[in-house]
Design a protein around this ligand. Sequence first.
Ligand code: FAD
Length: 404
Amino acid sequence: MPIFIFDTYILEQLPDKRDSRVEFIHDALTGLQDQLKELGSTLIVYHDTPLQAFKQLVKHYTIEQVYTNHDYEPYARERDDSIAQFLQEHSITFHTYKDQVIFDKLEVVKDDGKPYTIFTPYSKKWKAKLNKFYLKSYPVKKYVGNFHQQAAKRVPSLKAIGFEKTDAAFPADSPDNAIIKHYDKQRDIPGITGTSHLGVHLRFGTISIRQLVQKTMKLNETFLNELIWRDFFQMILWHFPHVGQGKAFKAEYDFIKWRNNEEEFTRWCEGTTGYPIVDAGMRELNTTGFMHNRVRMITASFLAKHLLIDWRWGEAYFAEKLLDYELASNNGNWQWAAGCGCDAAPYFRIFNPYTQTKKFDPQNTYIKKWVPEYEDDSYPAPIVEHDKARERCLETYKKALAKA
Ligand code: FAD
């Protein structure tokens, strides 16, 4: 009997009731419900806390076993532990499986069993271990006949769970082979569609990571590396859960004295910093829920280093806005950009937004799309002067690291 729980604890934390992630999940459930209906079964959807939902379930059904997949986020781990305990009290066995990644927490570790914290050796071992077994599709068809036969129930409407439609356009759920083939040459150019836009599907499981790796591994090595970064950050989050609980991976970076100027933060969020590439990125994010990876790196570095605003503010803003938001990758990449993460960009490497633009948006194609007024008088002057901001950042970081 397939169950889905809209976790009210999570939904209540979403400030905007027009949230495209909730709508995406809702659409996917509706599609799933149609498939189950054809099999004479139904998806049962709860809108409750997981524990309350399971209390209802054990009241109404005789349950022997519960199956789900691993979730590596700190909240999810606590949630699943409490459900496991509740089920155990009712003599029900709880099974969880790997599904979200190719290799999880303990599968790719150093020879001494310790987790990797540097990407390159991790990715080498990851590739050495990969074989057909890890890419096999799971035998779903074999079990289709086991579905509980029951009249289809309606998936509760978005409104019934407290949300509204957003009219967001969702990307296709299969890779575009031409994009993947040229990925290494085009992925850094924000003015073209040079990346897959599969993030949201990987995040919510509407595309299988095994199928994607199978389809693309021969097409482009750089693309495969990006999928390995995704496994890497999930592995890091599991071994070092403090990173997902507001702490820097490298503790000494928590001595940094952030300026945290709220007005400047608002200008960063709105895309009015006077740095066209930064503003273009923020406006793309605010309008579409997507931001190109190169520009995510530039805007993140700009917030933490040029403005000396705590990277956690930026992390939270991205978490609110990104359609493909996912704790492990968002946190891992923010810590990378701020310099405090595992295998991070060294703190003294400060992106220069102007040289980044020259290199990756030389015709200002991306900038013109999102900041058409960038050459007008109405466009704001730069919020900080690049060289001064750079010096201020180096001094502040140095001071913090000297304290450690
Ligand atoms: P493609 O370039 O086509 O890559 C394919 C897939 O590989 C992505 O969908 C993603 O699953 C994975 N991937 C690619 N780059 C990375 C990376 N650097 N780290 C981890 N996985 C990667 N990615 C998220 O999925 N969720 C986030 O919340 C997120 N937040 C980020 C925040 C910052 C500050 C930065 C710099 C990066 C962040 N990323 C995040 C990583 C990356 O920017 C996105 O995965 C990518 O831009 C999504 O677009 P795409 O699907 O076209 O990716």
